[in-house]
Design a binder for this molecule. Sequence first.
Ligand code: PMP
Length: 291
Amino acid sequence: MKLNYPKKVYLNGAWIHPEEAKISVFDRGFLFGDGIYEVIPFYKGKLFLLTEHLDRLRYSLKEVELKCGITNFEALISKSIEEAELEKEDGAIYIQITRGMAPRTHHFPENYQATVLMYAYKAKLDNFQYKFIDTLVSTDLRWHRCDIKSVSLMANILANTEAKKEGFAENIMIRDGCFTEGSHSSLFFVKNETVYTHPNGPFILPGITRNLLIKLCKANNIEVVERALPVSELDMATEVFITGTTTQITAIKNLHFPDKILNFGEEIGKITKKLQGLFIDEVEKQIGVKI
Ligand code: PMP
C-alpha cells in the first residue's frame, strides 16, 4: 500500500491540514523522544479493542509520569475517522503525546503543556491469513522498559532497517539467549500443539493482539505457555507467527540467522491457521461486520 500523509490531523485542540501542523523545535518529543504513542485499528470504520488500547495508552502515560489533560479520547478518536473520511475503510488511529515544549534539560520541566497529535490513516487489514513471510533474526538492543510504548524507537528502527535491506518486512529479536518479540510485533512459537510466547514484563510490549490471542487459545482448548523460548529450543518448534494491530496474525516461513536459514514448512501451520480463523471470527463478532 502506498504511504500517504493523512487528510487532517488533530494537534493540540485543532483539526488541521498536515502542512499546517507545526510543533516547536524545543518540543521534548523532538529533542529527546520524550513521549509515548498508541495505534488503534478499525475495520470498515469500526474500532476494534478500543478499551484495551486506551488502557495501554494510560499505562504508558502513567509509567513516564506524563500528564496530557485529555479526558475524551473516545470522542477524538471517532472524530479522527470522520475527519479522514474513512468511515467505510480499514485503517488505524495514531496517537502521540509528548512532554511538550521547554528549554532543554534532561529532567522533566516543572510546567509543560503536553503536545497531542492524533490522526486516522488507511491500512490494509484484509488477507493477512495468506501471508507467509521470511524474517531476520536480530539482537534485541532495546532498553529495559519495552512495556512502555515510547516514541524513542532507535533500536527497533535500526533492527528493522537491517531486515528491510535484506528484503524482509520484520525481524525477530533475541535477548540473553531467548526470543523476545519482533521490532513491531509480538512473537509466538508452536511446539507439540502448545503455543509459546514471552511473558509480559519489561522486555516486551504487552501487545493487545497478543493478549487477545492468549484469551482465544484458552477459550478454545489450545494450551498456551507464557515463557521466553531459548534459541536452543527452536529446533523443536514447528510453527512461528507474529501478531500486531496491523500485522494481525502473520505466519513465518523462514527465520534467517547470520549463518543458517530455518524453514517452517511450505504451508502455514495448523495451529496458526486455526488461530487466524478464531481471530477473524472475534473481530466480526465484536464489530458486527464481515471483514
Ligand atoms: N511489540 C512491539 C515492539 C510493537 O511495536 C508492537 C506493535 N504495536 C507489538 C509488539 C504488537 O502490539 P499490538 O498487538 O498492540 O499492536
